[in-house]
Write a protein that binds this ligand. Structure first.
Ligand code: ADP
Length: 235
C-alpha cells in the first residue's frame, strides 16, 4: 500500500506538470488588459495566474518529496560550505521580507558538511522562509549554525512571530498539515515544507525539534552528527 501511495503521488505530480506548464505559458503571453469584451478578464487572468503558480509549486514540492523518499544518504554528498550557503539564504530571506524583519546570523565558519547541497538548501530555506512568513513585520529572526559538544553541529532558527499552539506541534511535519488554512493559503503555503525538511533530516540521521509559544515565537532546530561534518576545503 505504501509503495502504491508513493508511486501514485510520483505519477500524478509528473503528469500534472506538462498541462500546467502549457496553461501558465499561455497566461503569461496574454496580457491581463487585452480582452476588452470580457469585463471579468483582468480578475480572471489574475486568479488563473496565481492559482496555476500555486499548483506548479505544489507539484514541484510533491516531486521533491518523491525524490527524497528514494534518496540515499551519501548519493550526492560533497564537502559543502554551509556558512556561505546560510549567508546566501539570509540575503534571500531579507528580500522575501522586503526588509521588514531583522534577520541575524551567528555561524561558525569552520563547520562545513558532507552533504547534498541542494537538500541542505531546501531544509534551511524552508525553515528560514517560514520564520519570515509567520512573523509580522518588525519581528526578529535569529539563525545559528554552531558546533555542539559532541563534535557535530546544531542549527537553529528562532523567531518572535505568531507562534504555534501546543496541540499542533507534533503534527506539523505531516504532509499537507497547515494550522490556519485561510492564512497559509494567503501566504502561498502548501503544508508540504516541513515534511520535506523532516525527510531531508532523516537522510542525515537527524530530526526536527520544534518549540513554540503562541504570540511569543518559535524555534526550529536540528543537530547534525559529527560524521557529516568536515573541515573547510582550501580554495
Ligand atoms: P506551509 O507551506 O503551509 O508553510 P509548512 O509545512 O512549511 O507548510 O508549515 C506547516 C505549518 O506550520 C504552517 O502552515 C504554519 O502554520 C506553521 N509554521 C511553520 N513555521 C512556522 C513559524 N516559524 N511560526 C509559526 N508557524 C509556523
Amino acid at each position: 500500500m505504501e509503495q502504491m501511495r508513493k508511486d501514485f503521488i510520483a505519477n500524478v505530480s509528473h503528469e500534472l506538470r506538462t498541462p500546467l506548464t502549457v496553461m501558465r505559458g499561455y497566461l503569461e503571453m496574454l496580457p491581463n488588459d487585452e480582452a476588452p469584451s470580457m469585463g471579468i478578464w483582468p480578475q480572471a487572468h489574475k486568479m488563473m495566474s496565481e492559482q496555476s503558480q500555486r499548483m506548479e509549486a505544489l507539484v514541484e514540492q510533491l516531486m521533491t518529496l518523491t525524490r527524497l523518499e528514494n534518496a540515499q544518504p551519501t548519493q550526492y554528498a560533497k564537502p559543502t560550505d554551509v556558512p556561505a550557503l546560510l549567508e546566501k539564504i539570509q540575503s534571500d530571506a531579507i528580500a522575501l521580507s522586503n526588509n521588514q524583519h531583522e534577520i541575524t546570523l551567528n555561524i561558525d565558519k569552520s563547520l562545513w558538511m558532507l552533504t547534498d547541497k541542494e537538500q541542505l538548501r531546501s531544509a534551511f530555506s524552508n525553515l528560514i522562509f517560514n520564520a519570515v512568513k509567520y512573523t509580522p513585520a518588525g519581528g526578529k529572526i535569529e539563525i545559528e549554525w554552531l558546533s555542539d559538544d559532541k563534535g557535530g553541529a546544531k542549527f537553529c532558527c528562532k523567531d518572535n512571530g505568531q507562534g504555534i499552539a501546543p496541540e499542533h506541534i507534533s503534527r506539523l511535519t505531516e504532509r499537507f498539515y497547515r494550522i490556519d488554512e485561510a492564512r497559509t493559503r494567503d501566504s502561498g503555503g502548501s503544508g508540504l515544507g516541513l515534511s520535506i525538511v523532516n525527510r531531508i533530516l532523516k537522510i542525515h540521521d537527524s530530526k526536527l525539534t520544534i518549540t513554540s509559544r503562541r504570540q511569543v515565537g518559535s524555534q526550529f532546530g536540528f543537530v547534525i552528527n559529527k560524521k557529516f561534518i568536515c573541515p573547510p576545503e582550501s580554495q
